[in-house]
Design a protein around this ligand. Sequence first.
Ligand code: SF4
Ligand code: SF4
Length: 429
Amino acid sequence: MIKRSFIGLLKPRLEYGSVADTPSLKQIPTPKEITLFSNCPFDKKNLLLKKKATVKTGQKLLLYKESDEYVVSSVTGQVSSISSYTGDLGRSYTAIAIEVADDEEIDDEFKSAAGGSKDASLETIINFFAFTPGNPPVKLLSDKNKSINTIVVCCADSDLLITTNQYIVKSDIDAIKNGINILKAATKVNDIIMVASQSQMHELSATGEKVNQINNTYPSALPHLIMKDILGKVVPAGKNPEDIGVCFISAEAVASIGNAFNSGQLPVTKTFTLVNKDDSKSLVSARIGTPASDIFKAFNITLNENDRIIFGGPMTGSSVYSEDHPVQIDTDAIVVQDRNDIPVISDYPCTNCGDCIRVCPANIQINLLVRFLEIGQYEEAADQYDLYSCIECGLCSYVCVSGMPIFQYIRSAKYELDRANTAEATNNG
Ligand code: SF4
Ligand code: SF4
């Protein structure tokens, strides 16, 4: 397990994982029940989807009246519950549990809408791909305020130890090629930029697109650094690449689109990297919504009290507190940490050692920023100490000799400020 470094002065050199070191893909059997999370907060009064509704595999399920939010069922079965789920930072989601039936039926709405043809419209992509593996940025592509003129296809994995996108490139290059052509035709964006690690360059030459090589050292594959190093564009503080016309999409999301138009079926399985307590890695394919406990069972992983489960990579992922937490469309990794390997979070004060400042790719005076974050003075942190310049790499927490949870402070502060701004905008009508 990657442990916090106690070597000050030196910048840590953290290399991304390689798919060459990961054993071949293991398929997890379809579970008895799956749970899908929609980003939509639970709203009992306006629910369209009903308990006991029968659903087919690949069926689009609209959730609420006067809303276009939907999920895609990854199984055939019956809706057993629709409830509220509180996730990371207190975010509210709608959780849809579906009991799996013995016989599988494939829904054909997508096939009919796509007309059996390989020519996709943007409308079809918006209508069917908002809940498919790799989490295609459908909302961005359909947002008229964003005027996207460049699409970056990220073939490398953005966090350490993960090899999910690398595996997709290795195993499904034709689907990626098809997905790129579909995206070009549907969005009318011809400026497609592929970014990949050195080891992927040869495979990706088959797409016929120009491929840009990124450095193999973390955090080069994070969008803000790709923008700077490959596109030569600096994203202003508090903004995202889409605010300056650039949309990021993962290789897996592109392959999902390519495969769906080839087969006439929406993909319902997610590929991800499982990192075990001893750092061994496995590639896994499971139905979206499969509980983590089914994955652990398939790999004989036993969890002890105080072990940690992280959804996402070790630097930017989030801890979950139940073995039943399900695999979602954006789950690129599940990391299991032994309780003895978990970096100690302490309440020691900042010693002003400066290590965090040395590693920060955004050049933030973190030792000053953290003082305001600790006491909840988020507006001051944003106005005077560059909170919004943070690109959320987590390196500051990784090197902090005092064991301060700096990255968690930063995420909470941004979340709370966003909530306050949204509430203010709503109140001002
Ligand atoms: S997470 Fe920390 S190191 Fe990374 S950009 Fe933000 S402040 Fe800098
Ligand atoms: S926040 Fe941590 S790493 Fe940064 S200066 Fe203080 S003690 Fe050092």
